[in-house]
Design a protein around this ligand. Structure first.
Ligand code: HEC
Ligand code: HEC
Length: 142
């Protein structure tokens, strides 16, 4: 019994995956044979938007309105902080990383950015001019 259910599921999965369900959608690795090595995806041009992107809701991490492909975040450096740190933001005319970024997990206010907020692109993302893969009807509450 178990076996026939498994076979039935496999047949159904094959029908779904080989049918037109995915017509027009290109997979991230392209429409290549599974065993072919993946092609490097095209580099999309990151958008530069003066004044930044509007937020969809109050505590949304704002999206990054400039290119970041040359920036580096690792154990030794965080080049975002060349412009966004408490020491540099005025000179670079960049917004300072939010106050919440200077609070540790016990609620203590720190002088430098908290390790909880070190990996900026965990929450902040650059944007590219791209069509959405699927329809999205989300409307933010401001
Ligand atoms: C060379 C300086 C510089 C570097 C490096 C830099 N930024 Fe920025 N960033 C800016 C400036 C200037 C703005 C304001 C742009 C504007 O509003 O027109 C900005 C805006 C932003 C904003 C939008 C803030 C808001 O309230 O809308 C985010 C988020 C951000 N940067 C994140 C990052 C992250 C993450 C990195 C590293 C991956 C980074 N930035 C590296 C200068 C920099
Ligand atoms: C865990 C998620 C998270 C991480 C990691 C994070 N941020 Fe944010 N960031 C947010 C949120 C949420 C906001 C909006 C609320 C606020 O200001 O705290 C924000 C706001 C900002 C703003 C706008 C501040 C303002 O006053 O409008 C800047 C600039 C920024 N972050 C830069 C950075 C940089 C640079 C880093 C890395 C050092 C970083 N963030 C890491 C979540 C994050």
């Amino acid at each position: 019994m178990k076996k026939s259910i498994t076979i039935l599921l496999m047949v159904m999965a094959t029908i779904v995956f080989s049918s037109s369900a995915f017509a027009g959608v290109e997979f991230l690795r392209g429409n290549q044979e599974l065993m072919d090595p993946a092609k490097e995806p095209d580099q999309k041009k990151q958008q530069v938007v003066q004044g930044g992107f509007e937020r969809s809701y109050k505590i949304q991490p704002p999206m990054i309105p400039h290119k970041i492909d040359k920036e580096e975040i690792n154990m030794k450096v965080n080049t975002c902080m060349k412009c966004h740190s408490e020491k540099t933001y005025e000179e670079k005319k960049a917004p300072k990383a939010g106050d919440s970024h200077y609070v540790d997990r016990d609620g203590k206010v720190l002088e430098t950015v908290s390790s909880r907020r070190y990996f900026c692109n965990q929450c902040h993302a650059p944007q590219v001019e791209a069509n959405p893969l699927v329809e999205n009807t989300f409307i933010g509450a401001k």
